[in-house]
Write a protein that binds this ligand. Structure first.
Ligand code: ZN
Length: 503
C-alpha cells in the first residue's frame, strides 16, 4: 500500500478540526436540550453561532481548496470505494455546496430560523397562525433565494439535497405518490374494522418512574455496547452522537400511555445504533456520520417498528412489562400486547401516528410545501389547505391550528425538504428488513431469544460501517441489491395489518 501524500495527511488533519467543531456544537446543542437552565439560552445561541462561523471559514478556506485540487490525481488513482478517495470526493462536494451560498444569505437564514422558532412557539401556544405568517413568509423567501444558488432543475432539489444528497424531487414525488395510492385504501379499510384490535391495555396510568425502570431493562438488552451511551429525558426525544463510542438518546414519558416513552426510546436507539456502527477508521472525518436523513430514519423505524412492534419482541419482553405493571397485564399475554402496540388509530398529530397512517401525515406536508415553494399556494392560505387535506386523508376535522398546521417545528426553522425523509426511512427500513431476514431466515427466533445483536451486526456490516463513503442511493443498493422501492414496505403493511384486522 502506497503511503498517502503529505497533502492527504494535511487535509485529514484540517477535516479532523472541522469534525471536532461539529461535535463540540453537538455537545452544546445536546446540553441545551437536556441539562441547561433557561438562563443559558441567549449566550448559548452566540456560542453555537461562533462555532458555526469558525467551521464555515475553515471549510471554505483557500488552504483546503488547494489541498483538494492537489489531491485530484491521487484520488483518481485509488479505487472509488477506498476510504481515502471517498474522503476527498465527499469533502469536495461539501465544500462546493458551502461555497455556493453567500455568507450574507447564510446568516440571514440562521437569524430567520431562530426568530421563526421563537415566533412558532408563541403562535402554537395561542393557536394563532396569523402571528406566525410573516416569519413563515420570510423563511420561504430565503429558501427560494437559497435554491437559486444552485443550478437546479426544480426549486425543491437543492433543499431536498441538504437532507437526502443526490435524490431528486421527481423521484421522491413518484415514490410518495405510489405510497399514498397503497396506504390510503388500507387505512380506510382498517377504519371500517377499528374494533378488531383492542389497545386499551396501553392506556391508563403508568407512573414515569415505573416506566423508566422498564425502559432501562429493555435498553440493556439493546446491542449498544456498555459504556458508550446514555439515556435522558426531554420534551422532544432525539438522538445524537459525539463519537462512535459516545451516543446520547432521550425519550419522553407520558403517564397516560405506555407506548410513548418505550417506542420513542427504541426509535432514538435505532438512530444511536447507526452512529455507533460507523467504522472507527472514519472517526474524526466528515465520513463519520449517517449518510442521509432517509437512511438515518430507516434505522430508527426499523428498531421502533420492525423490531419493537413485532411478535418476537413482545414474546421476549412481555414478562418484563407484566412485572413492571402486574395489575394492568395480569390477564393478558404477549399476543394481546403485540396487537395493542400495533393498533391503527388515525390522529391529528404526526408524532403520535401509528404505522399505517404515519405516511399520510408526511405526504400532506410534502404536497403543501411543494405548492408553497412553487408559489401555487400562499402562506396565509395554509391552514385551510392543511385542514382540507387532513379531512381527505385521515377523515379528521382539525379543531385548532395548534393541532394542525402549527404542530411541527420544521417550517418555522426553514426546514423545507425534510419531511419526505421520514417516509423514505419507512420505505428503506422495509427493504433493509427484508434483506436482513433473507440473510438470516431465523432472525425472528433470534430476536425472540433476545439476540438483538444479530440484527445489529448485519446492519453494521451492510449499512452503518460505510458512514458517508457512498451516496445514499449507493448505500441502499449495497445493502439491498437495488434502488429505493416502495413495494417491500407496502407488502409488509398489507401482510401485517391484513392479518391483524382480518382484511
Ligand atoms: Zn427519527
Amino acid at each position: 500500500v502506497a503511503v498517502p501524500p503529505a497533502a492527504y495527511t494535511a487535509l485529514r488533519e484540517k477535516l479532523g478540526q472541522i469534525h471536532d467543531l461539529d461535535r463540540a456544537r453537538a455537545v452544546l446543542a445536546w446540553d441545551s436540550r437536556t441539562m441547561m437552565p433557561a438562563g443559558g439560552a441567549e449566550v448559548r445561541a452566540e456560542q453555537l453561532a461562533t462555532l458555526e462561523g469558525v467551521r464555515h471559514d475553515l471549510l471554505v478556506s483557500d488552504e483546503i481548496g488547494r489541498l483538494l485540487e492537489e489531491l485530484r490525481s491521487y484520488e483518481e488513482g485509488l479505487p472509488a470505494d477506498s476510504d481515502e478517495a471517498s474522503l476527498v470526493r465527499v469533502s469536495r462536494r461539501d465544500r462546493d455546496k458551502e461555497l455556493r451560498v453567500p455568507a450574507s444569505l447564510r446568516s440571514a437564514i440562521a437569524r430567520a430560523k431562530s426568530l421563526g422558532e421563537h415566533a412558532w412557539k408563541e403562535a402554537r401556544a395561542r393557536s394563532d397562525f396569523d402571528s406566525f405568517v410573516p416569519y413563515l413568509e420570510r423563511n420561504v423567501e430565503l429558501k427560494l433565494r437559497y435554491a437559486e444558488c444552485f443550478d437546479a432543475e426544480h426549486v425543491y432539489d437543492p433543499l431536498l439535497d441538504d437532507f437526502e444528497p443526490g435524490m431528486k424531487t421527481v423521484e421522491v414525488a413518484s415514490l410518495l405518490c405510489d405510497l399514498k395510492e397503497a396506504v390510503a385504501p388500507l387505512a380506510a379499510a382498517i377504519a371500517e374494522r377499528a374494533e378488531a384490535v383492542d389497545d386499551s391495555c396501553m392506556h391508563g396510568h403508568f407512573p414515569a418512574a415505573d416506566q423508566e425502570g422498564l425502559l432501562v431493562e429493555i435498553a440493556r438488552d439493546l446491542p449498544l455496547p456498555p459504556g458508550t451511551w446514555r439515556l435522558d429525558h426531554t420534551a422532544h426525544p432525539f438522538a445524537n452522537a459525539f463519537a462512535t463510542t459516545d451516543v446520547r438518546i432521550t425519550t419522553r414519558y407520558d403517564e397516560r400511555r405506555l407506548g410513548t416513552a418505550l417506542f420513542a426510546m427504541l426509535h432514538e436507539a435505532g438512530h444511536g445504533l447507526y452512529e455507533s456502527g460507523i467504522s472507527p477508521s472514519l472517526e474524526r472525518t466528515p465520513l463519520c456520520r449517517p449518510v442521509s436523513l432517509g437512511l438515518h430514519e430507516s434505522q430508527s423505524r426499523l428498531w421502533e417498528n420492525a423490531v419493537g412492534r413485532s411478535r418476537a419482541f413482545w414474546r421476549r419482553f412481555f414478562p418484563k412489562v407484566q412485572s413492571a405493571f402486574p395489575e394492568r397485564f395480569a390477564h393478558l399475554d404477549a399476543e394481546d400486547v403485540y396487537r395493542a402496540a400495533s393498533a391503527v388509530r388515525p390522529s391529528l398529530i404526526r408524532v403520535e401516528a401509528d404505522e399505517v397512517t404515519y405516511d399520510l401525515h408526511v405526504i400532506l406536508r410534502f404536497e403543501l410545501e411543494q405548492e408553497i415553494l412553487q408559489e401555487r399556494l400562499k402562506v396565509r392560505d395554509l391552514p385551510d389547505a392543511w385542514n382540507a387535506r387532513v379531512m381527505d386523508y385521515l377523515g379528521l376535522a382539525v379543531p385548532r391550528d395548534a393541532d394542525g398546521v402549527l404542530q411541527d417545528v420544521h417550517w418555522a426553522e426553514g426546514l423545507f425538504g425534510y419531511f419526505p425523509t421520514y417516509s423514505l426511512g419507512n420505505v428503506i427500513a422495509a427493504q433493509i428488513g427484508k434483506a436482513a431476514h433473507a440473510a438470516m431466515p431465523d432472525l425472528d427466533a433470534r430476536l425472540e431469544a433476545g439476540e438483538l445483536h444479530s440484527l445489529q451486526d448485519w446492519l453494521q456490516e451492510h449499512v452503518h460501517r460505510h458512514g458517508r463513503k457512498f451516496t445514499p442511493a449507493e448505500t441502499v443498493a449495497r445493502a439491498v441489491g437495488g434502488p429505493v422501492d416502495v413495494e417491500p414496505y407496502v407488502r409488509y403493511l398489507r401482510a401485517k395489518y391484513g392479518e391483524l384486522y382480518g382484511l
